[in-house]
Design a binder for this molecule. Structure first.
Ligand code: PMP
Length: 372
């Protein structure tokens, strides 16, 4: 009863718009095959482990000092990585980083959203976009994709952008949870249709895109309202390191200084990420292998008569299930954790190692007919 009273009391004190909400939480279960959060299944290579340990030693001695607020060295390596990866020349003052791209997204909403303003996204998409928006006191407008195919055309996106006149538009390409990259024209169409908005293209999975996919980085020149966010959590196998970043006009980046907490990137975070980026080639060596597993998952599921969605990411959304939650549960009992993203008849599975793909496909193959 005492606990109930405290919960009641806290509920009374809580911001009214937060009452009754539940926190973001993909289950972190101890299961042999974990394919539910789009992590990279490969551990950090030994060479990088040793380089990081050596670099950290000096850092730890100087932990009595605050970190470099401007993360100068990290910015420089992010800048050269982006140039190499995308072919787009980026200057250090165009780069901003945070503890995961979630933090970078929250800086954007803090700076450009707020009371009386609206952020528009196109559902289904990354579930944190509406959560970050609403918890920061900004109104969320739930835009729509084509039902069934989850496609978003330039015309449909522009029409919805015009209707809402948002302060922020979230695009996600490749899109989580559907996996597919957006048609490139959507970005320009949204910039035109939402003249009062900062347009954010969340490219967390950019490195996994199929050949021919064009990054929004190529549109930054001359578009000061455009922002491209990226992360080291996926292709870089660095989810635990918590390093996300964005690229935009220097004036936009400068505005984010108004909302970040001082010294938000710890000295060890800056160092670990910098050293990892200096070994980018080695860390990214897993990307091709993961893409091959993703394609194997698509083929395997299609072979079972299910409906996988085309993927430019390290995961596959698949439909055609009679009861997605029952399938999720049956897979869990077989030791394979996938994600129920709340889309009826669909589940999402991360592409990991060849052994994990085999375990997943075999478990799917063994399921009772009513579970597939
Ligand atoms: N954007 C998208 C589309 C994601 O799927 C994720 C992670 N699931 C993130 C951003 C956030 O990743 P992080 O904070 O680890 O950079």
């Amino acid at each position: 009863p005492e606990a109930r009273t405290a919960a009641h009391e806290i509920g009374r004190l809580l911001r009214p718009d937060l009452r009754g909400r539940s926190p973001y939480g993909a289950p972190q279960l101890d299961v042999p095959v974990r394919l539910n959060t789009n992590e990279n299944s490969y551990p950090v290579p030994e060479v990088i482990v040793r380089a990081v340990m050596a670099a950290l030693e000096d850092d730890i001695r100087s932990l009595n000092r605050y970190p470099d607020r401007e993360f100068t060295d990290l910015r420089a390596v992010l800048t050269s990585y982006l140039g190499q990866q995308s072919g787009v020349r980026v200057r250090p003052e165009q780069v901003w980083a945070g503890n995961g791209s979630n933090e970078v997204l929250s800086h954007l909403v803090q700076a450009f959203g707020g009371h009386g303003r609206t952020a528009l996204g196109f559902t289904p998409s990354y579930s944190m976009h509406p959560i970050i928006t609403a918890t920061l006191g900004t109104t969320w407008a739930d835009g729509m994709r084509e039902s069934g195919t989850f496609e978003l055309t330039a015309e449909a996106a522009a029409e919805q952008a015009r209707a809402h006149d948002p302060s922020i538009v979230f695009l996600c390409s490749p899109n989580n949870p559907t996996g597919t990259a957006l048609p490139f024209e959507v970005i320009g169409a949204v910039l035109d249709a939402a003249p009062n908005a900062v347009v954010v293209v969340d490219e967390a999975y950019a490195e996994f895109a199929r050949p021919g996919t064009r990054s929004a980085l190529t549109l930054l020149e001359g578009n000061p309202r455009l922002v491209v966010t990226r992360t080291m959590s996926k292709a870089f196998a660095f989810a635990g390191g918590r390093l996300g970043y964005l690229v935009a006009d220097p004036a936009l980046v400068d505005a984010l200084r108004l909302v970040r907490l001082p010294y938000h990137l710890s000295t060890p975070t800056q160092t670990i990420a910098r050293v990892a980026l200096q070994h980018a080639d080695l860390l990214l060596a897993t990307v091709e292998a993961i893409k091959a597993e993703r394609d194997r998952i698509v083929d395997g599921l299609a072979g079972m008569g299910l409906a996988p969605v085309a993927s430019d990411s390290n995961f596959v959304l698949f439909g055609g299930l009679a009861d997605a939650h029952a399938t999720w549960q049956a897979l869990l009992e077989a030791g394979v954790l996938v994600r129920d993203v709340g889309i009826p008849h669909h589940l999402r599975v991360t592409a990991g190692t060849p052994a994990e793909t085999s375990a997943f496909l075999e478990a799917m193959g063994r399921l009772a007919p009513e579970h597939r």
